[in-house]
Design a protein around this ligand. Structure first.
Ligand SMILES: Cc1cc2nc3c(=O)[nH]c(=O)nc-3n(C[C@H](O)[C@H](O)[C@H](O)COP(=O)(O)OP(=O)(O)OC[C@H]3O[C@@H](n4cnc5c(N)ncnc54)[C@H](O)[C@@H]3O)c2cc1C
Length: 455
């Protein structure tokens, strides 16, 4: 709890509605998309660097925990103020400061919504590729702090590849500037990268410089279904063998296709056991030829159906992918969601192991996601009210065992937060964890930033 002197400090630094203290006002900031919740002591909404500096100077001296938060779309509890503390909403720091077609950079404040940044870049013929499915509801600051991935990662990589420079305020109120507008930079240790994926544990981002690319002229997509999962995985491998690097390569296993049938009239014939959704991009002239090559490489595995589209038709093909989340709740009322990743060649083994474990526990598991990166979304569907929580938790641990056994990682893009924190030691060794914590201590010696999270 805050003392009355501490509350007075916050209302002085953040006048009017920039500071909320009552539980009725602050409760909306206690949770995130993990559905975990803890009541904040207060919520503040800085409008710029100077307020952030003053806040971090004070919080460090007073040992008040701070929890940075943008849109709260992370699914791992990364901005839940467990243990109590002040939530710092960055949404009023949302300016797009500069978009330069000369330097191919965008300079933005952390609270800028990613889709708004992409639109502003596109208006200048420029392209910011990272596209988490939450692109319309999440922010650049959140994406950087979670190193968000997305559909286009196969060809363009994840957020990390596009962060050239950062400005951050660290506990004590010092402003640090890392990297800049240069597309290459190897002077000193790469502190910029250290902040990418740090889940708000090192400092408060106040400005982000992003790398941009020229915007591709056109895209096309293909939705293709197979009678077996093995055929689908073989077709995916055939695409790479043909020398094609798709923008996106998503897959949906049989359980996902069955769930989708509850919410849409599917384009695939009955008996389809797996589907791939691929996107390619290029120039107006080159795209038809590339599309034909893609269809030919997929055709070698005799697909049960194949539909290609551009423009509005392409949008239609992606609709099924967007419907997976609502469709999943037709299977069961609750889910445990993981985004495990295995080496590309281990996807078949991992899915087989996950299915086998699910069968033993009598639960349905939906596997889908970014096949091109080996990043499998695993949704364990269960009924908490029906007493299935214990079985689901046991299954989650077994899924993790399967993934680590295949040389994988428990998270490819969502991070650790609170939900994966208990499993951290199963993947990361004691020496490595100690190093991570001592790095944090260099930035945050009193441990006031997002305590008890991530590593
Ligand atoms: C429907 C849906 C689809 C999704 N799809 C994807 C996907 O395809 N790929 C993917 O990677 N993720 C996905 N996510 C997860 C989520 O959108 C990402 O983790 C996203 O990057 C979080 O952004 P945010 O702005 O909501 O940040 P928040 O959830 O508010 O915060 C995330 C983390 O960033 C820290 N943070 C925020 N701002 C700052 C700052 N200024 N300084 C320091 N730290 C800060 C917070 O402390 C927290 O640790 C999805 C989520 C949903 C709900």
């Amino acid at each position: 709890m805050l003392t009355s002197a501490q509350s007075r400090f916050l209302t002085g630094l953040f006048p009017g509605d920039a500071c909320a203290l009552s539980p009725e006002e602050t409760c909306a900031f206690g949770g995130d998309s993990s559905r975990l919740f803890h009541q904040p002591w207060a919520v503040v909404r800085p409008e710029g660097r100077e307020q952030v500096r003053e806040l971090l100077r004070w919080a460090d001296a007073e040992r008040v925990p701070l929890f940075f938060r943008s849109r709260g779309t992370n699914v791992v509890g990364a901005c839940v103020p467990q243990g109590g503390g002040v939530v710092v909403s960055t949404l009023r720091m949302n300016r797009i400061i500069d978009i330069s077609g000369r330097d191919f950079v965008a300079v933005v404040e952390p609270g800028a919504v990613t889709a708004d940044v992409q639109r502003a870049c596109a208006a200048k013929g420029l392209f910011y590729p990272p596209d988490p499915a939450s692109v319309r509801i999440s922010t650049i600051g959140g994406n950087v702090s979670t190193n968000a991935g997305g559909m286009r990662a196969v060809k363009y990589g994840v957020t990390r590849e596009y962060v050239l420079g950062l400005e951050a305020v660290i506990p004590g109120g010092e402003v640090i500037r890392m990297g800049g507008r240069c597309h290459k930079n190897v002077v000193g240790l790469d502190l910029t990268r250290l902040f990418v994926g740090a889940e708000g544990t090192l400092g408060c981002l106040t400005e982000v410089t992003l790398k941009l690319l020229p915007r591709p002229q056109a895209t096309a997509s293909v939705l293709v279904g197979f009678e077996t999962l093995e055929q689908a995985l073989e077709a995916a491998a055939a695409v790479f063998r043909a020398g094609i690097l798709p923008v996106a390569m998503e897959f949906m296993a049989a359980e996902v296709l069955a769930a989708l049938e509850h919410v849409t009239v599917p384009p695939w014939p009955k008996g389809t056991q797996a589907a791939l959704l691929l996107q390619i991009d290029g120039s107006e002239e080159s795209l038809p030829g590339e599309l034909a090559r893609l269809e030919a490489s997929l055709g070698a595995e005799s697909p049960a159906f194949l539909e290609a589209g551009q423009g509005a038709a392409e949008e239609g093909l992606w609709e099924v992918r967007r419907l997976i989340n609502p469709a999943s709740f037709r299977v069961a009322p609750d889910k445990m969601s993981d985004d495990v990743t295995v080496p590309r060649g281990e996807v078949a083994r991992a899915i087989a192991g996950i299915r086998e474990a699910a069968g033993r526990h009598g639960l349905t598991v939906l596997t889908f996601g970014h096949l091109g990166d080996g990043n499998i979304h695993v949704n364990i569907m269960y009924d908490k009210a029906g007493g299935e929580l214990e079985r689901a938790t046991a299954l989650k641990r077994e899924v993790l065992g399967v993934v680590l056994g295949a040389g994988g990682t428990m998270s490819g893009e969502h991070g650790v937060g609170l939900t994966k924190y208990p499993y951290f030691d199963e993947q990361i060794g004691a020496a490595e964890r100690r190093l991570m914590r001592s790095i944090k201590a260099s930035f945050d010696p009193n441990g006031i930033l997002n305590p008890g999270k991530a590593y």
